[in-house]
Design a protein around this ligand. Structure first.
Ligand SMILES: Nc1ncnc2c1ncn2[C@@H]1O[C@H](COP(=O)(O)OP(=O)(O)O)[C@@H](O)[C@H]1O
Ligand SMILES: [Mg+2]
Length: 250
């Protein structure tokens, strides 16, 4: 009966209480291509950059088993992720790890900088443990009792391209800040990441953004009505990268 209620629930992810404990139910969904995947695919075709490799789980794999496998693995290595409590074919139940950072920042704009920094540190710690997120947008971080957690591990990240996947995580994070109009400072974000991940990332981020310079060609009045939010963000990021590299040169 519980199963029936869960499957007929309107939202795919929702929180509820079991024996007075707050938990989150996430239902199985077939292929999950979103605008990011489409955008990345276009970039991948044009640039052949491994960073932009598509990461959508193939349709024959079960997303529940995939995501819970990743969660358990990370949980056992001490990474801040939800604890998996129950699994079946159609959904899984995990511990509640607080509100997501975009929601918190909406309510408490003053905490923006602090929370962005904490998310970067969490991402670096995950990378240090040998994992990558795949869906590292700011909304996929939560805060509970002052601790930051990572959620949403539906993306397939390839171990063959670990460095590229890390770079992809950082880029996706920065892009999501831009998308939320948080005005990300690329240099500052990379510096904080580098401090905790103990690896260089800024030159690669800059290089990748500058490689997308040609996107600015779309930044003309005639294209404006057709420019999607993603493309607008990408163009903004390219402009930022250009400003930073001009600073560095001058
Ligand atoms: N374990 C959790 N604890 C608290 N909130 C969660 C948890 N899992 C998901 N959520 C909430 O549900 C939202 C959607 O879940 P997510 O796993 O990111 O799925 P989607 O693929 O739809 O982005 C998240 O942005 C977050 O607000
Ligand atoms: Mg999500």
């Amino acid at each position: 009966m519980i199963r029936k209620a869960i499957l007929s629930a309107n939202s795919r992810v929702f929180s509820t209480e079991i024996d007075g404990v707050k938990v989150v139910v996430k239902k199985y969904e077939k292929s999950k291509k979103n605008k990011w995947h489409i955008l990345l695919r276009i970039f991948f075709r044009l640039t052949k950059h491994p960073l932009l490799t598509p990461t959508v789980l193939s349709a024959d794999k079960n997303s529940v088993l995939f995501e819970t496998g990743k969660l358990k693995n990370m949980f056992s290595r001490g990474i801040n992720v939800p604890r998996v409590l129950y699994i079946c074919d159609d959904y899984f139940v995990m511990s509640y790890t607080g509100e997501n950072l975009t929601d918190i920042i909406d309510k408490e704009p003053k905490r923006r900088r602090e929370l962005i920094e904490k998310a970067i540190i969490q991402m670096a710690l995950m990378h240090n443990a040998g994992f990558t997120h795949g869906g590292s947008q700011i909304r996929n971080f939560t805060e509970l009792n002052g601790e930051i957690f990572s959620i949403d591990f539906e993306e397939v990240t390839s171990d063959d391209f670990r460095d590229e996947m890390r770079l992809r995580d950082v880029m996706l994070f920065i892009f999501s800040l831009q998308e939320n109009n948080y005005d990300p400072d690329v240099a500052e974000i990379c510096a904080l990441y580098e401090k905790y991940a103990k690896t260089n990332i800024f030159p690669s981020v800059l290089e990748l953004l500058l490689k997308l310079r040609w996107l600015k060609a779309f930044n003309m009045k005639i294209f404006k009505p057709w420019l999607g939010q993603d493309l607008k963000c990408a163009i903004e990021m390219v402009k930022k990268a250009e400003a930073v590299s001009a600073d560095n040169d001058g």
